[in-house]
Design a protein around this ligand. Structure first.
Ligand code: FCB
Length: 468
């Protein structure tokens, strides 16, 4: 069957010659093999077993079975023609207890993955922490404990020792907001409901980030570049009512600036530290912490999925308040086109976020879009194809927005589409398909969607243009 005839031609301006085209995944979402070769349990293994926590009671036990199908997935990446691949390392696979004994079989898996990428001319971009804390560390308090920062730095050093000579891009943390504010609001593992404890956990995550940056830097220049991946969900007021304006300002500060201000400016946004006073005394911030956290980075990873509008709502009393209770309810901007997740499609918001980052932070390092993508109600049609025209249209518009930001002077160096494969979408289980490649979960079979072929053409056309 000739698929190329009815897949639209990419219509994009030229990107810079060195632009890194890639896709992204994360360990718990794709690997499976949850109890193999010495892997220990993570907080997500535990959380998935909590009744009602994850849709259909889905777990990452098997996921996409990437652990056993790694070669096939590497070939899919090579077929796509990407120059980079972002994946994460599962801490519990490398150090099953979280601290102490290293599991060589776990490290060997990632060595094979890195070598397989390099053999295909693909640059590995490695995330050290994509939310899968070893359960034994959670049992000792997890990220609420300051010691967790050092446990993370020790784990990072083990990984650096094994791979730093071969990995050009390191990411300490993926979206720390998910592992702290959301995790301690009850909607992500470990699913505890805390107030100020979530803010302490966020601080300790950032401290761990700072320590890991220092550990890599101690290895010298040859050890690759290091950054952090933050997500940005710009939020504007739903109306011009003063209450809605104030609510949106708080929601926006958390969704766009809590982490980036800390990492790039060395301070948390005052608007929120004042607001959090009734639930948090900030005594966990010690002298020197903010300097450690704001160690200059080689790059910033940007995840962008959606923008919001917010309106005011009532706040629970301080004793019952979580750190995500900002007296604001958020919703998609009115009239916005929505993805299969109900997230607003707003490529302009994406472009504006990239421009805003450049304006706001004078010392901003180069940017990589480390995640952007969408899920829709994809299905395999009777001819055996996944005709995901919406995803193609989505990517086309977001890539144009990225090009516009570059044109306006943003130092954007690469774009990693989320995701290579359909995978375990956290509390939504397997119900949300974000992949360029369809995964048939009962058999594990892979089927490139139309968007895979489209993205391959994007990359090929850009590469050809640069070679001319
Ligand atoms: C991001 C996560 C990623 C994936 C996408 C859809 O917030 O980093 O793991 O779930 O959302």
């Amino acid at each position: 069957m000739n698929q190329s005839r009815d897949i639209p031609e990419p219509d994009l301006p030229a990107f810079p010659p060195e632009f890194l085209w890639g896709t992204a995944t994360a360990a718990y979402q794709i690997e499976g093999a949850a109890r193999e070769d010495g892997r220990g349990p993570s907080i997500w293994d535990t959380y998935c077993r909590k009744p009602g926590a994850v849709l259909h009671g889905d777990t990452g036990d098997i996921a996409c079975d990437h652990y056993h199908r790694m070669e096939e997935d590497l070939d899919l990446l090579a077929g796509l023609g990407v120059g980079g691949y972002r994946f994460s390392i599962a801490w519990p696979r490398v150090i099953p207890q979280g601290r102490g004994a290293v599991n060589q079989r776990g490290l060997d898996f990632y060595r094979r993955l890195v070598d397989g990428l390099l053999a295909r001319g693909i640059a590995p971009m490695v995330t050290l922490y994509h939310w899968d804390l070893p359960q034994p560390l959670q049992d000792q308090g997890g990220w609420q404990e300051r010691d967790c920062a050092m446990w993370f730095a020790d784990y990072a050093s083990v990984v650096f020792d094994a791979l730093a000579d071969r990995v050009p891009y390191w990411i300490t943390l993926n979206e720390p907001i998910g592992a702290s504010f959301y995790a301690y609001a009850g909607s992500h593992a470990p699913g505890l409901r805390l107030g100020g404890g979530a803010i302490a956990a966020a601080h300790h995550l950032l401290l761990g980030h700072g320590e890991a940056v220092a550990a890599l830097r101690a290895l010298g220049r040859a050890a690759g570049r290091i950054g952090i991946t933050l997500n940005f969900g710009p939020t504007s007021p739903a109306t011009q009512e003063p209450g809605d304006i104030a609510a949106a300002a708080r929601a926006d500060a958390l969704a766009t600036r809590w982490f980036s201000d800390a990492v790039l400016d060395g301070a948390y946004p005052k608007l929120l530290t004042d607001f959090y006073e009734p639930i948090c005394d900030f005594t966990f911030v010690r002298d020197g912490d903010m300097a450690r956290i704001s160690t200059p980075l080689d790059f910033l990873g940007v995840n962008y999925y959606k923008s919001w509008v917010a309106r005011a709502c009532e706040l629970p009393p301080p004793g019952e308040r979580r750190a995500t209770d900002l007296g604001a309810v958020t919703e998609p901007p009115p009239g916005a086109e929505l993805t299969g997740f109900g997230w607003a499609v707003c490529p302009d918001g994406f472009r504006d976020t990239l421009l805003w980052l450049r304006e706001k932070y004078p010392g901003l390092p180069p940017l990589y879009v480390t995640e952007n993508g969408c899920c829709y109600e994809d299905y395999v049609d009777p001819t055996g194809r996944v005709r995901d025209a919406e995803r193609i249209s989505f990517l086309q518009r977001y890539l144009r927005a990225a090009a516009a930001a570059i044109e306006a002077g943003v130092d954007l160096r690469g774009y990693f589409c989320w995701s290579l494969l359909d995978n375990f979408e956290w509390t939504a289980g397997y119900s949300k398909r974000f992949g360029l490649v369809w995964v048939d979960y009962p058999t594990g079979e892979r089927l490139p969607k139309d968007s895979y072929h489209w993205y391959r053409r994007v990359i090929a056309a850009q590469t050809l243009r640069c070679e001319r």
